[in-house]
Ligand binder design. Sequence first.
Ligand code: NAD
Ligand code: ZN
Length: 683
Amino acid sequence: MTNQAVAELIARSNRLGADPKNTNYAGGNASAKGTETDPVTGDPVELLWVKGSGGDLGTLTEAGLAVLRLDRMRALVDVYTGVDREDEMVAAFDFCLHGKGGAAPSIDTAMHGLVDAVHVDHLHPDAGIAIATAADGEALTKEIFGDRVVWVPWRRPGFQLGLDIAAIKADHPQAVGCILGGHGITAWGDTSEECEASSLWIIETAAAYIAQHSRAEPFGPSLDGYAALPRAERRARAAALAPTIRGIASADRPMVGHFTDDDVVLDFLASAEHPRLAALGTSCPDHFLRTKVKPLVLDLPATATLEESIARLGELAAAYREDYQGYYDRHAAPDSPPIRGKDPLIVLVPGVGMFSYGKDKQTARVAGEFYVNAINVMRGAEGLSTYAPIAESEKFRIEYWALEEAKLQRMPRPKPLATRIALVTGAASGIGKATAEKLAAEGACVVIADLSLEKAEEAAAAIGQAVGGGADVAAGVQVDVSDADAVQAMVDAAVLAFGGLDLVVNNAGLSLSKSLLETTEEDWDRQHDVMAKGSFLVARAAARVLIEQGMGGDIVYISSKNSVFAGPNNLAYGAAKADQAHQVRLLAAELGEHGVKVNGVNPDGVVQGSGIFAGGWGAQRAAVYGVEEKDLGAFYAQRTILKREVLPEHIANAVFVLCGPDLTHTTGLHVPVDAGVAAAFLR
Ligand SMILES: NC(=O)c1ccc[n+]([C@@H]2O[C@H](COP(=O)([O-])OP(=O)(O)OC[C@H]3O[C@@H](n4cnc5c(N)ncnc54)[C@H](O)[C@@H]3O)[C@@H](O)[C@H]2O)c1
Ligand SMILES: [Zn+2]
């Protein structure tokens, strides 16, 4: 049965972590101490349960706790020789573990184990960090909290910080917690309720003090021309800038993006002090590990033209890279890990909003959330005093800390399509849906575009759930691919959802089986509008993004066996498919210079899951061949060389191969996925 102290710890952690004013995502940690029976001796043993490395308080479960023997953990004090050896203590935590279960102990374990209180919280609340980063934070702490909260000068998290806080608790019996300079807060209590009350009291008292004592306009007066553009205009501007900015953020390695036009960001960028403050960078270690030491800020008003903004961003990107190299060179020691990339993770555009980047959507989104936290921190600190983040050299000591490097090295190998953003048209059904599923399962972010928004969102939700990651993995958008404006809106939505585009699948289609004499102009136009014209419109809108990003890309056409095979009752469909098939060759020839590959897949006889077959085509085909509609798949299988039925996932697999990591030197190719139809062999 779960230990009572553990149950209380989990409940408290979940409550604290659920409210963003208490701590940032995955930021901070909480612990409890208690007794269990040692299975080896049958004697009682004192344990420390503490949130493990990398977990999130809001969603913490027992499996996310590191469990240590308190006597062994505390015995480390006797072998500790000083701050220059403190990293060895973190390595020694593994020798204090109680059993094999549980998460890896984090760097903050020492603070929790060494402080003499049953329950301990360490949190990163914006209001607390505002006090912690105020130039006169120590005096403010006294003024706000009297002797109940003690100031701890900045120190990199680790064993020594744990000893410092333990000493403070021992020396100040009336204190319920402390403000950790430059960083956050720690609070304690003999019961879980007492500890939670201490944490909340510190956070609420700090927030109330800031609200009451902050000067008006902590970020200075508003700047002419820097006010937020009207919503529709700034979204359009964001979509137009996103490819350039993603290209900038991905110069060293490809990144997924997140965009927000939160008021907090727009207000900051509209105020006079934002360039000075942004250049000072973030302070809480959690913040700058995700946001880099500082953002790239476009130093043009919102009234600048798109062309001016794009040109200036290019210059600023080059300067940013030089500046980051300078930061690395100034602080790197001979044993520092190599530089990890010089591109910004946060790009701020006045009047428009913030672009944030990461190795996947969740990381990119959280980086943006952390910069919003950092803006709140700066507002609080500037309102009371002057914002004074930790020194650049200290930021470097954390960013390139051997323990951070080890954490990065432990990360699982990325999936083959990680960082790639896919857009699949007609993806609410059949082949398109299977393709979106496959691409997402292989690590891509996918945009599901289809005629019905509801069905597109349903398919996206199902994929988000199957792959894990929800809206961070798949988004649904409405489109009629035969409408140029709708196609542009779809591409804009995709770019705003994930930062850009890499992989475009022209799959939307429909099929009407009619003889020449029965085919109406409308039949002809409709099929050509959706397939021939539709894929042209999608390719054109997407190629603008691909070219602007400068990161290459893939366009895959789902054409058909019928693009080469000739049979009766198929004029309009077959001709539209042949048109699509030749677009593949034409665009492969044209877009190659931008690193964009264009290939096609020729499916045949995909009955299961296909809306085309369910919507009448199947019945007609079955009638033509004199079989029952339900046996059509098996009938088609018997006609093939391999005698196998073709399923949507077989087409999806071919799309993956064409744009996956192995087929990097192939463009202008069509891959038949038809179980072998000699009459449709390509030559
Ligand atoms: N099923 C097969 O045997 C087969 C064989 C060869 C080629 N194909 C091609 O594969 C593609 C997918 O076919 P499927 O069998 O999965 O059919 P499907 O009907 O299950 O899926 C097609 C999807 O495209 C969407 N769509 C139609 N018109 C659209 C428009 N104007 N804008 C946006 N979306 C639109 C539909 O709503 C539908 O969700 C088609 O291009 C089809 O021609 C299918
Ligand atoms: Zn912390």
